[in-house]
Design a protein around this ligand. Structure first.
Ligand SMILES: CSC[C@H]1O[C@@H](n2cnc3c(O)ncnc32)[C@H](O)[C@@H]1O
Ligand SMILES: [Zn+2]
Length: 436
């Protein structure tokens, strides 16, 4: 049987079914989809392929899903470090954004983010930033999957003037992108402290009608919760509950302040949590009780947040930090095992974004969003358990190859859709402009 691509690998970790690792197996890919997963011996007999890849020392995994980032903020990486969230945002990042953010800024910053993410094994990202149409164009151009945030804040910015205008522009963009195979959209109201009730009610109505997810920073810091309580007498999550927003559409990002009742509320509503451990650590925002959420069967996915608060877009790092931090927070070394961290970076992310029928695991019929990790490096030797090495020892630099919907975006560490020299030149120009 003829297929487009056949990948023979030492290990395949499909993620679903969970805790299975196949040895000496192969993936057959045709028309951008996984059409078979079978022992290599059989695959060699059954298939001929236009492209054959022999990966004798590699593990194949589903592409990683970054459920929360502000891609273009790569251009602000390292510009304001070692600050608390509100100081960082109000006195550094927002003034810089006001001065510099433009279509060109988002185009180049997003291209840099996409290059970094592909090289680090990320095949899908969920974005929340100005000029989302430009971020979508960049994702399409470079072949990566993306959930594009239809941003909403109360105040005027370079992208829109008020809540209604953001929603209107967002709906138009959703309409424009609805037939793009790699792109979905999600409402992205920034946070409870920047979006008032009226736009949130509208978002809820349109999200229900169009079956769109809602992606929002929630309970990022104790200060945020205390401020809202002082203003409205309610904690932000309670306010979102009263507005009818705690539903399976909600992706609540950060969630470092949670009571037991609030965790029950998330579970009962079927909402998802996006955990950003490194950003939370760097901005000293607090600790998300991941083990307690998982014990309640709340779906928890992973995000990096923007490169200005992390400062990388590395989901390998995020998996490792999430696993280690959860153990410390729960005072229990078994609180977040390696396999759970890998699920959070793959299938749980796909579930949160609502694309788990399409991606998030290596299963027949799903899109071929696949990464290969070279485990022959001495840093991942000796090898007893591939999942353990991937989460606790491997670095993103061991990602050798990446496919999205069957298209190869990284070939033996070379980007196939991005001109690295031209990109580096553009980023250098931004550095000069911003540092002047
Ligand atoms: C409306 S576009 C997104 C907006 O969010 C800002 N941002 C980046 N990181 C964070 C964070 O951790 N908490 C809150 N807001 C954040 C970004 O700078 C844009 O202004
Ligand atoms: Zn964020």
């Amino acid at each position: 049987m003829q297929v487009d691509t056949l990948i023979h690998a030492r290990w395949i970790i499909p993620v679903e079914p969970e805790s299975v690792t196949y040895e000496h197996h192969s993936l057959a890919i045709d028309g951008g989809r996984i059409v078979d997963l079978l022992p290599t011996e059989l695959a060699r007999q059954k298939y001929t392929a236009t492209h054959v890849e022999e990966l004798a020392d590699h593990a194949l995994l589903p592409g990683l899903i970054n459920c929360h980032t502000h891609a273009a903020m790569t251009l602000l990486r390292g510009i304001a470090d070692d600050l608390h969230l509100m100081d960082w945002l109000q006195h550094h990042i927002w003034p810089l954004e006001q001065r510099w953010v433009s279509e060109a800024f988002v185009r180049d910053g997003t291209e840099l983010a996409i290059a970094e993410m592909i090289r680090g094994g990320t095949t899908c990202f969920q974005d929340m930033y100005f000029f989302p149409e430009v971020a979508a164009q960049q994702a399409i151009l470079h072949g990566i999957r993306a959930s594009i945030g239809l941003i909403v804040v109360d105040f005027p910015t370079v992208w829109a003037e008020n809540g209604d205008a953001y929603i209107e522009k967002g709906l138009a963009l959703h309409d424009q992108l609805r037939h793009e195979p790699l792109i979905t959209t999600a409402f992205a109201p920034h946070a409870p402290y920047t979006v008032s009730d009226a736009p949130l009610k509208k978002i809820r109505m349109f999200a229900d009608e169009l079956e769109l997810p809602v992606h929002m920073h929630v309970h990022e810091t104790r200060h945020e919760v205390e401020q809202e309580q002082a203003k409205t007498g309610m904690r932000p999550l309670q306010r979102l509950h009263e507005l009818g927003l705690i539903t399976p559409s909600l992706m609540a990002v950060h969630m470092t302040q949670l009571t037991g009742e609030e965790m029950d509320l998330l579970r009962d509503g079927g909402a998802h949590v996006v955990h950003c451990p490194e950003s939370n650590l760097k901005l000293a925002s607090g600790f998300c009780p991941v083990a307690e959420l998982l014990a309640r069967r709340v779906n928890v996915a992973l995000g990096t947040d923007g490169a200005a608060s992390n400062n990388d877009l590395d989901l390998f790092g995020e998996m490792r930090t999430a696993a280690l931090l959860a153990k410390a927070v729960a005072n229990d070394a078994s609180a977040l095992p390696a396999m759970t961290a890998l699920k959070m970076a793959t299938i749980n992310g796909a579930k949160a974004i609502g694309i788990d029928r399409e991606t998030g695991s290596l299963e027949i019929g799903k899109a071929a969003d696949v990464i290969a990790v070279d485990l022959s490096e001495l840093e991942t030797q000796p090898l007893y358990c591939p999942v353990s090495q991937i989460v606790y020892a491997a670095s993103r630099r061991q990602v050798s190859d990446v496919w999205v919907a069957g298209k190869r975006l990284l070939k033996h560490r070379e980007l196939t859709t991005i001109d690295l020299a031209a990109l580096t030149e553009k980023i250098g120009q931004w550095r000069q402009r911003l540092s002047a």
